[in-house]
Design a protein around this ligand. Structure first.
Ligand code: NDP
Length: 328
């Protein structure tokens, strides 16, 4: 039996803590695919998990890490064989099932997608849940029938992880993209990844009229709250907004007017459930649509022994772009 290094979160009545430990293979949770983890990444959820600042972990002890890329070492799942490079995001990994902050993982093959050849493991982890969620939003807009020739697409929380990928993906698909940001200093960065117009966050953060000037044909909203209500009020006839986030609030103080008087659609997007066909489609599109240089520009690679400390800092808003963890 071999041992491996992992970050383990545990709690008892007095203490909630995370630490590096040595585990053996027998401690892995059930699954039909064993992996050597090549890379993981630090998501906001991982920060909440290691600090205990949010109820992310649903079973103790737990290895955090909602995203991982690994090489298959054993598989009884018909879809995978030894040597395959696979990616896992969401599906309860790092929350209810041991996740990516470890040298080894044992997962259900139903949660895995083979990495497209053109995407390196490190780039796949840079994309991770953030990029996948942005792609789910774009696919939802496409299914709605939204097309670049219909007008302007808007992205809120544009300089964040999901927002940055949303801007880049929409621009690559041919949309003119308006990026809403609270950081004027990020304007140059946002233009470099494809934004054609920059709007100030404050222009969308006060409650407005139920129907406002029609500015947007489509949108990806990571903010929620009043911002989402304003985006709906400014969406043109038959337009659609894909909503995936709540950094600005869980509420939605909106009117039905955009829906019933302009036929506007609000499409909810979540990235955690294992809808494998949609995941395969999304990863294939990411591999073809995202520019490698742009992905690299968003990525900082750190060694595994810094993962725990850096995961603690993400909840304090001290991480920009994507921090990818390289396993020893
Ligand atoms: P980040 O922290 O990387 O980015 C969020 C961005 O939102 C910030 O960079 C900032 O961008 C903007 N922002 C921050 N605070 C506020 C505020 N109070 N009001 C308005 N804008 C604000 O987060 P992610 O991109 O990783 O995630 C974004 C959201 O999407 C989160 O709510 C997250 O939980 C959610 N999410 C949902 C998923 C799903 O399955 N539905 C999956 C992944 C994420 P700027 O400075 O440019 O304004």
């Amino acid at each position: 039996m071999s041992s491996f290094k992992a970050v383990l979160i545990d709690k008892n009545s007095e203490r909630y803590g995370a630490a590096y430990v040595d585990l053996d293979d027998a401690s892995l949770m059930p699954g039909d695919v064993d992996l050597d983890v090549l890379y993981s990444a630090i998501n906001y959820k991982d920060g909440l998990a290691v600090t205990g600042k949010g109820p992310v972990v649903r079973r103790f002890p737990m290895i955090p890490g909602v995203d991982l890329v690994g090489r298959v070492t054993r598989s009884t799942h018909k879809g995978f064989a030894s040597g395959d490079i696979v990616v896992a995001t969401g599906c309860g990994v790092g929350e209810a099932h041991y996740g990516g902050f470890a040298q080894k993982a044992r997962l259900s093959g139903d949660w895995l997608v083979k990495l497209p050849d053109s995407l390196t493991p490190a780039r796949a982890m840079t994309v991770g849940t953030a990029g996948l969620t942005a792609m789910f939003c774009m696919l939802a807009l496409e299914r709605h029938g939204a097309r670049p020739q219909d007008g302007l697409a808007v992205v809120s929380g544009a300089s964040g992880g999901v927002g940055s990928f949303a801007v880049a993906l929409l621009a690559k698909a041919g949309w003119r993209v308006a990026a809403i940001t609270g950081h004027a200093a990020e304007a140059e960065y946002l233009r470099s990844i494809g934004a054609s117009e920059i709007f100030a966050r404050e222009d969308f953060s006060q409650a407005g009229k139920a129907l406002q000037s029609q500015r947007f044909a489509a949108g990806i909203d990571t903010v929620g709250g009043v911002t989402l209500a304003n985006l709906l009020s400014q969406t043109q006839f038959d337009g659609a907004i894909a909503a995936c986030g709540n950094v600005g609030g869980m509420d939605l103080p909106a009117s039905v007017a955009p829906f019933i008087l302009r036929g506007v659609s609000l499409i909810g997007v979540e990235s955690v459930r294992p809808r494998i066909a949609l995941r395969r489609e999304a990863w294939a599109r990411i591999a073809t649509d995202l520019d490698a240089a742009m992905i690299d520009a968003m990525c900082e690679i750190i060694p595994f022994d810094q993962a725990l400390e850096r995961a603690r800092t993400i909840v304090a808003g001290k991480i920009r772009g994507r921090v990818v963890i390289e396993m020893p």
